[in-house]
Design a protein around this ligand. Structure first.
Ligand SMILES: [Zn+2]
Length: 99
C-alpha cells in the first residue's frame, strides 16, 4: 500500500495503537497510518457501546429466559451464532463473556 501523503510504500504492522487497542494496519515513515478498516470499525463500535447502557428485553422459549443481544454488540465483540459464552452471576448482575 502506498502512502497518500508522501507516496512512499507503507509497511504492514500487526500491533498498532488505536484507541487503546492493538490492531493491524499500515505505517509510513512520514507518520501517516492506515488502519485495517474492519478492525478499526469494530474498536470504534466497542468504545461507543462501553459508554452507554443498552436496554434489552428478556423473552421466553419454553422454560428458558432468552436475552437477545443487539447486533452492535454482536459485531463489536465478534460474536457468532453457536459460539459458547460463559455466564457468571454477580450480586444483581449477569456477566456474559465469550468463552
Ligand atoms: Zn508517508
Amino acid at each position: 500500500m502506498k502512502c497518500s501523503k508522501c507516496k512512499k510504500q507503507m509497511r504492514y504492522a500487526k500491533a498498532m495503537d488505536f484507541n487503546g487497542y492493538k490492531i493491524s494496519g499500515w505505517k509510513c515513515l512520514c507518520g501517516e497510518a492506515y488502519y485495517e478498516p474492519e478492525e478499526a470499525q469494530r474498536i470504534l463500535l466497542l468504545n461507543k457501546l462501553k459508554k452507554e447502557a443498552i436496554k434489552a428485553k428478556l423473552g421466553r422459549i419454553k422454560s428458558n429466559l432468552i436475552l437477545r443481544l443487539p447486533i452492535d454488540v454482536e459485531h463489536a465483540l465478534g460474536l457468532e451464532q453457536g459460539e459458547e459464552v460463559l455466564i457468571s452471576v454477580e450480586q444483581n448482575a449477569i456477566k456474559v463473556v465469550p468463552a
